[in-house]
Design a protein around this ligand. Structure first.
Ligand SMILES: CC(C)(COP(=O)(O)OP(=O)(O)OC[C@H]1O[C@@H](n2cnc3c(N)ncnc32)[C@H](O)[C@@H]1OP(=O)(O)O)[C@@H](O)C(=O)NCCC(=O)NCCS
Length: 158
């Protein structure tokens, strides 16, 4: 399989991408868990918010949205990749870039929430060094619980 750098163009999000990323989120999650456009927009107005998108053959096939409200803690809001583009290393690449950007803004650790039923994503985050920290009861609108996961970022080399 070709590397993600060869197959995908990863670039910064532009406002014109908003509809495409909302559509991807709806394809990745059940109706109860997918973000409404208002909820997605709320992610973008958080302090220190940024997003990356991946294009394949001119179409957006995935994105990651993150922010950094409090200086030492970066927050991954969501990372979504269309099913046919999974397991090609794109998720890992997105997380590496997002973590670097959060680190450059002063983050020493990154947190995120994931449904306790989302085994694939939990394994993905585990593979990237995230550990489950706290059980968040009824975190999602349908009452599903979530795990709060966390990773310490390696110190910058001087
Ligand atoms: C979770 C998600 C972002 C992973 O993206 P991806 O591009 O498929 O991940 P990668 O190819 O970079 O995987 C990196 C490693 O993570 C692990 N991993 C990824 N998906 C996995 C799965 N479904 N089951 C088990 N391990 C998995 C593997 O160790 C993988 O390495 P390998 O393929 O060499 O075995 C993607 O499955 C997705 O968009 N899911 C739907 C949305 C979602 O649940 N997002 C998380 C929101 S909290």
């Amino acid at each position: 399989m070709s590397s993600p750098e060869e197959s995908f163009i990863i670039r910064e999000y532009k406002p014109a991408d908003f509809q495409a990323i909302c559509d991807i989120d709806r394809k990745c999650f059940s109706e109860a868990i997918a973000y409404s456009p208002e909820e997605m927009a709320f992610g973008f107005v958080q302090r220190g918010a940024f997003a990356l998108v991946a294009e394949h053959s001119g179409s957006i096939v995935g994105f990651v949205l993150a922010y950094q409200k409090k200086q030492p803690i970066g927050h991954i809001v969501t990372i979504d990749i269309l099913p046919e583009f999974r397991r090609a290393g794109l998720g890992r690449k997105f997380m590496e870039i997002a973590e670097e950007q959060l680190k450059a803004r002063g983050a020493t650790r990154v947190i995120l929430e994931v449904s306790v039923n989302n085994e694939g994503a939990i394994r993905f985050y585990n593979a990237l060094g995230y550990a489950t920290r706290r059980w968040l009861r009824s975190y999602y609108p349908d009452g599903t619980d979530a795990w709060l996961m966390e990773k310490a970022l390696a110190a910058q080399r001087l």
